[in-house]
Design a protein. Structure first.
Length: 250
């Protein structure tokens, strides 16, 4: 419980420090970094981990499909149930973004992040049961892996109109799901370990959907070469960050 709590709080706090101090003035541009981080985390790390398990690939692909459709429906419900504010309504938004468009990604990324943190908790519990030293190393590795991802999450939330306090509070709540995952993994490891590949795939579907459906269309609206070059470079930087921090790790 201590390891999962520290892993969540430390990664959230470090990401908030970077996001709120160094990146807050360039939120609009840093959406591109978030796209690179989320896509590479899902496609180069989480999904390969899931498919390297003994789970049936067809079932995993079915989980990926159901996850994409689930997040599509969540977005539909968000549109139907919430009255969104628009630019010029007196609220502070990143220049050029309509909260009607950006706000949906903020809430959906919290759902995906919660699933991801829940899985991290299960993984930490499994490592501690194998060897306490391995558990400590696993927790440290997850903190290192989570910081760039959480920076991406904060960027999306700030871009969606969340205040710094709200973004930190909701991300912190999501991080506590790691504790729930750790407890579940500790007491029901045999059954929970079989679910890990499916939870990884479902969480990845959320990040892929958000990046492709919400964030990349925002970037496409600024299609000049002056805007495109920094976007491509920041996406590449996000990919490189994830590759560097996850190289050689399972």
């Amino acid at each position: 419980m201590l390891a999962t709590t520290l892993a969540g709080v430390a990664s959230i706090s470090a990401a908030a420090l970077f996001s709120f101090t160094l990146l807050s003035k360039v939120v609009e541009r840093m959406v591109s970094l978030s796209v690179g981080i989320m896509l590479s985390t899902s496609l180069l790390h989480a999904l390969p981990e899931a498919f390297e398990s003994h789970a049936d690939p067809r079932t995993l692909f079915a989980t990926l499909l159901s996850g994409l459709l689930t997040f599509f429906m969540l977005e539909k419900l968000a549109i139907l149930r919430h009255s969104h504010h628009h630019e010029g309504d007196g609220h502070h938004h990143a220049h050029g973004h309509d909260k009607h468009e950006a706000g949906r990604a903020g809430w959906m990324i919290l759902v995906g992040d919660g699933m991801h943190n829940f899985t991290d908790g299960i993984l930490i519990a499994a490592a501690f049961l194998a060897d306490p030293h391995l558990g400590i190393v696993a927790a440290l590795a997850i903190i290192a892996h989570e910081i760039p991802q959480e920076i991406g999450d904060f960027i999306v939330l700030l871009n969606a109109g969340f205040s710094r306090a709200r973004a930190y509070f909701y991300n912190l709540l999501c991080s506590l799901l790691a504790v729930a995952g750790g407890l579940l993994g500790y007491y029901t490891l045999d059954r929970a370990s079989n679910l890990i590949p499916y939870v990884l795939v479902f969480a990845s579907s959320g990040f892929i959907y958000i990046a492709v459906s919400d964030l990349m269309p925002q970037m496409q609206r600024r299609a000049t070469m002056k805007e495109t070059v920094p976007q491509v470079l920041l996406i590449a930087l996000g990919v490189c960050i994830v590759l560097f921090l996850t190289a050689g790790r399972h």
